[in-house]
Ligand binder design. Structure first.
Ligand code: KG4
Ligand code: ZN
Length: 344
């Protein structure tokens, strides 16, 4: 995987991530040696509102960005002057939050006279897999499932990809968060649903499996509405809500919808490797079920360990390293692009 301009000397990239409610900075050497990965989560600030409040998020980023970078450098035992590049998420995400990371990265890059590398957050989730498995070979399929995105990609080689499908409405993580909220669980909902589902019976009900025939696209808003209707009907009949069972059935149905598309992609494209990435990739049930299906087909599955599934600076530095290796750098006019997608 590694070739070209950096051979023979250690290359240190600082990765900065502020697209949502995590202020994160990491120093990564040679693309995959994580020397530090500092994440300051604002989850406790937003929990009482049931989701992220953009104004609060950007103010908090501004307050602690410098401290997080300082800690990342100290933990890596590096002086800022030893950095070779600064990678930063420039989209998608909350505009005010993105801007804090971008302005900080630009200032560092300009004052140190080192390259600035703008990174697409969704692509960084894909690259997170290389942090622990540099050996991953292309071509492959990658399912990225997070709070904002559900994308199925075909990577012919690193840096050359095609979007096979994406969510037409809610992202998978968004559906977890909304259903969790409806069940009275706290934000972020994904881990809460997973915990509750462990005590539930996933065969207790049937929920409609989102299908979208002849397409690799996903849709989760109908499933979310079906859960709401199910709970509402039980409430109207004065029944106790079996929340653990509802969580288990919902989780199973989301996983099944995701797995069906991945399996279809594997069969259609004949790839031998699948990657799972993004916050929802932290879900143990999804990991295990997808692995079970892929094992049957002798297809290898990789996913990052938990700290690299949800938002972090190491994945930004990693993606930045590989972009820089290809000579892809940004100008100091880099701006936030809140609705950046992966181009089809
Ligand atoms: O990648 P991420 O940290 O942020 C975005 O880029 O959106 O993903 C956050 C999403 C949230 O929706 C959260 O509920 C979900 O990932 N998530 C999970 C789990 N851990 C985080 N969903 C299901 N099961 C989990 N264990
Ligand atoms: Zn993310």
């Amino acid at each position: 995987m590694k070739e070209g301009i950096f051979l023979g000397k250690k290359n240190y990239i600082l990765g900065i991530e502020t697209s949502c409610d995590e202020t994160a900075a990491a120093v990564v050497a040679d693309g995959n040696q994580v020397l530090s990965n500092i994440i300051s989560s604002q989850v406790d600030l937003h929990r009482k509102y049931g989701g992220v409040v953009p104004e609060i998020a950007s103010r908090k980023h501004l307050e602690i960005m410098d401290l997080v970078i300082k800690e990342a450098l100290e933990t890596a035992d590096l002086h800022v002057s030893q950095l070779h590049g600064v990678a930063v998420t420039y989209g998608p995400g909350l505009v005010g939050s993105l801007l804090i990371g971008i302005v900080t990265a630009k200032t560092l890059a300009w004052s140190l006279n080192i390259p600035l590398i703008g990174v697409n957050h969704i692509l960084a989730h894909v690259y997170a897999n290389l942090l622990e498995h540099e050996e991953i070979e292309t071509p492959l399929l990658c399912l990225t499932v997070s709070g904002g995105h559900t994308d199925l990609l075909y990577l012919e080689e690193w840096g050359k990809y095609e979007v096979l499908g994406r969510s037409r409405d809610d992202a998978a993580g968004e559906a977890f968060d909304k259903v969790a909220r409806y069940l009275g669980l706290s934000y972020p909902g994904g881990p809460e649903i997973e915990k509750l589902a462990r005590e539930g019976d996933a065969s207790r009900f049937e929920l409609p499996l989102p299908v979208l025939e002849n397409s690799f696209d996903f849709s989760f808003s109908g499933l979310k509405t079906a859960v709401i209707n199910l709970v509402h009907n039980m409430e109207q009949k004065g029944l106790d809500i079996p929340r653990a069972d509802v969580a288990a059935v919902f989780q199973k149905t989301v996983a099944q919808a995701l797995i069906n598309k991945v399996v279809r992609g594997v069969e259609k494209l004949g790839v031998g490797t699948v990657l799972l990435s993004g916050g929802v990739a932290a879900n143990g049930f999804l990991r295990a079920e997808l692995k079970r299906e892929l094992d049957k087909r002798q297809v290898q599955l990789f996913y990052p360990s938990l700290p690299y599934c949800t938002d972090n600076g190491a994945m930004i530095a990693c993606a930045g390293y590989y972009l820089l290796q290809k000579g892809i750098i940004s100008s100091l006019t880099l701006d936030a692009d809140p609705s950046l997608t992966l181009s089809c």
